[in-house]
Design a protein around this ligand. Sequence first.
Ligand code: ASP
Length: 326
Amino acid sequence: MKKNILIIGTGGTIAGKGKKGETAAYDSAQIQVDDLVAEIPELAELANLDSAELFSVDSCDVSFDKLLKLAKYINEKANDDKIDGFVVTHGTDTLEETAYFLNLTVKTKKPVVITGAMRPSTAISADGPFNLYQAVALATKDEAVGKGIMVVFSDSIFGARDISKINTFRTDAFNQRDFGCLGYMRDDKAYFFNKSTKLHTYKSEFDIKNIEKLPRVDIAMFCVDAETDILDYFANRSDGIILGGAGCGGSKTEWNNKIAEILASGKPVVRSSRVGNGLVTYRKDKIAEKGIFAGSLSPQKARILLSLALTKTKNLNEIQEIFEKY
Ligand code: ASP
C-alpha cells in the first residue's frame, strides 16, 4: 500500500527561478511547493502526496521564529495517523541549521527528510526534481523510521547532526566531513550504512510546545588580532556565546581572559572550532574558566544546541552534559 507523505515547502533555490538555462543569476523562493510537486508526475507513483507551504524564503531569511513554526507544525501533523512521513523543501545555505533544530525538537519516529537544490528550477539540468523524488522515496521507507531528521542530496542520505554545506555552487554541496554519510540513494532505493550515536527526535529532551521565543545566542568568530570588545557586546545582549575558535577552540589571551570573566558572571560560553573537522575538548574541571566545549559541532550547530539547552538549564556542567549527548 502506498504511504502518505506530506511535503512542506519553505522556499530556497529548489523553488528558485532565473534566466533560462543559467545557474548563477536567479531568485530563490519563487515557486509554490504545489507547483514543484506538479512538475514531477513520477512522485505520485511513490506515495500519496499532500503539500503545504509554511513560508517561502531564501534560507538566509530563516529565523528562530520560523524554525519554531516548522517544528511545531511537524509535531502537530505527526500525530495524524494518516500521515506516514514528511519531506521539507528548503534552501541549502542554512539547511544544516534547520535540520539540526528539527532533529532536537521534532518528537516522532516518522521519517522527516529535508532536501533542496543548488540549481534553480530554470537551469539546464536542475537538480531539484531528482533530489525531491529521492527525498519522497526515502520518506516512504520502513528503514527510515526512527533515524532522526535526514537530508537527501545528490544521491546521498545525510544525518541532521553532522551534515555540513561544503561547496558554494556544486550540486554535491553537502557531506558529513569525517563522518561520511548515512547511506546512498539509487533511484528510489535507499541503502543505509551508518547511524549517529547521538540522541535525536523521539529521544530528545527538548520540548518547544510552549516556547514562543528562544534564548538569544550569538557567535563570536576568532581571527588573528580580533577586537575584544565584540565579546563585551555579546556579553551584554546575548544569553550565551559560541566561540568559533581557531584550531581546538582557541583564542588569544585577551579573549581567554574576557571569556573567563563572562563565564564567572554566569553566562555560558561554548568553544567550538572554525576548522570543520575534529573535536573541541577540554578538561571538565576547567569549564568554569575556559568554557563548555562543543565536541564535533560546528559554531552554527553549537548555537542551536546552546539556545535549546538554555530552555532547560543555565548550569555550565549540565550544559556540558547536553553537548555530549546531542
Ligand atoms: N540562497 C539559497 C537558499 O539557501 C541557496 C540554495 O537554496 O541553494 O535559499
